[in-house]
Design a protein around this ligand. Structure first.
Ligand code: FMN
Length: 399
């Protein structure tokens, strides 16, 4: 049964929701599911904006066929060629061979790579500022390379001031009937997933996102239609501000995240003592995470949110505790920068985790490592409490 939704008088959401997928990109847990948004503009010409993942392609095709009825599909705009948005493209082109695919040259190349040759493919490649008039609407194309993939562009509808923003402004979380961000408690129930989505999926490409935000600033935008999650028509400035922070690697809050990796509990105990010492100094909302039981994607998101990051690790086979090493390499891979760092390590015969964590962190940009670094020999001693206090003082003073 079709389940399309009207957005305006001639624009429809025709996507689908997947609540069964355990791991997005086979990496990121999505307990609240994910939506794959596609849009259909029913102007004098009909225009499909992106398609969907294969998991929801049946309902998407039903939506498309039901809305089109006897009309033909004139254009398919491909903003992003990642398979979670283009898996159904092949089926669309087989059903509507007269449709003209509008995309970047790079996306056109990818169509050939993913689907093989479509001998009868009708295509129109576009560049920055090119436009397509479909009747009442004039769509213009804004290049957004590496706002996830190199072929990405976004599409601006000048008539209704809508930006079809591809993966930008997306979030994890399936839609539950409400289509608009202003219809759901976004800040309290969705922001965490939006941050986890941005930081993990697009977070590495901050400069490219900044470039897109700069271009978007010159457009009057009344609605943001992303490829995942709810549509924005109110409070867009608030969400843009989040993107400004995330893409410039500016902490959202003066806050402390402590992540520890511990086998027998002694490093954990020291991390908890440090957290308590911070609380005694009036630091609020200190967050303590065990890296062994917390998915790195959540810790990456938290690291983007917090100004201060403390890493406490047992030494493991002359290296960093494995889950901690994974976290640090993930943070580096996502280009995190501009943070204040505290370090604790532990070892029974040769503690090397501290130096190795420092090496990773010093290879990242603008990471300020606070002194003292705490070195524990198996278990923290009374004699080390002044050192722990000194680190707590340094963190509190720099917040
Ligand atoms: C598999 C394994 C490898 C370890 N390798 C080292 C090591 O290379 N150097 C060292 O000093 N301690 C090593 N240790 C010991 C722990 O780092 C040490 O006992 C530490 O105090 C554990 O802290 P925890 O109580 O937080 O787990 C290793 C422990 C395990 C289980």
């Amino acid at each position: 049964m079709y389940q399309h939704r009207a957005i305006t008088e001639d624009l429809y959401w025709i996507g689908g929701n997947d609540r069964r997928l355990a791991l997005f990109e086979n990496v990121y847990p999505i307990p609240r599911g994910v939506s794959y948004n596609a849009y259909l503009l029913m102007d004098e010409k009909t225009v499909l904006l992106d398609t969907v993942d294969k998991s929801v392609s049946d309902v998407f095709l039903e939506n498309l066929e039901h809305l089109l009825g006897e009309r033909q599909l004139d254009y398919v705009i491909v903003n992003h060629m990642e398979p979670d948005h283009c898996a159904a493209l092949g089926q669309v082109l087989h059903r509507y061979p007269e449709a003209v695919v509008v995309c970047t040259q790079k996306a056109l190349d990818m169509i050939g790579q993913f689907f093989g040759a479509f001998p009868a493919l009708r295509s129109q490649t576009v560049k920055e500022g090119d436009t397509l008039t479909t009747g009442r609407h004039t769509l213009s194309f804004v290049m957004a390379p590496m706002v996830h993939w190199p072929e990405v562009m976004v599409t601006y509808d000048a008539a209704d001031k809508i930006l079809f923003s591809a993966d930008a402004f997306g979030t994890f979380g399936a839609l539950g009937g409400n289509l608009f961000a202003d219809e759901i408690p976004f800040e309290s129930q969705w922001l965490e997933d939006a941050r986890r989505y941005y930081t993990n999926i697009v977070g590495k490409y901050g400069p490219q996102v900044q470039a897109l935000l700069k271009k978007a600033a010159s457009l009057e935008i009344q609605m943001l239609c992303p490829l995942h999650g709810p549509i924005w028509r109110e409070n867009i400035g608030w969400f843009l501000d989040k993107y400004m922070h995330w893409s410039s690697y500016t902490p959202e809050e003066s806050a402390v995240m402590i992540a520890y990796g511990s086998v027998y509990g002694n490093t954990e105990a020291a991390a908890f003592l440090l957290a308590s010492r911070l609380a005694e100094r009036g630091v609020r909302n200190v967050l303590l995470y065990d890296v062994s039981v917390t998915h790195p994607s959540l810790l990456v998101a938290e690291a983007f949110r917090c100004s201060h990051l403390i890493f406490a690790s047992a030494t493991y086979n002359a290296g960093i505790f494995p889950c901690m090493e994974t976290l640090l390499l993930e943070l580096k891979a996502h280009s995190l920068k501009n943070r204040t760092i505290g370090l604790l390590d532990n070892g029974t015969w040769a503690a090397t985790a501290g130096n190795q964590m420092r090496t990773v962190l010093e290879s990242m940009q603008n990471m300020t490592i606070l002194e003292p670094v705490i070195h524990i020999k198996s278990a923290l001693t009374e004699a080390q409490l002044p050192e722990l206090d000194a680190l707590a003082d340094a963190v509190a003073a720099s917040l």
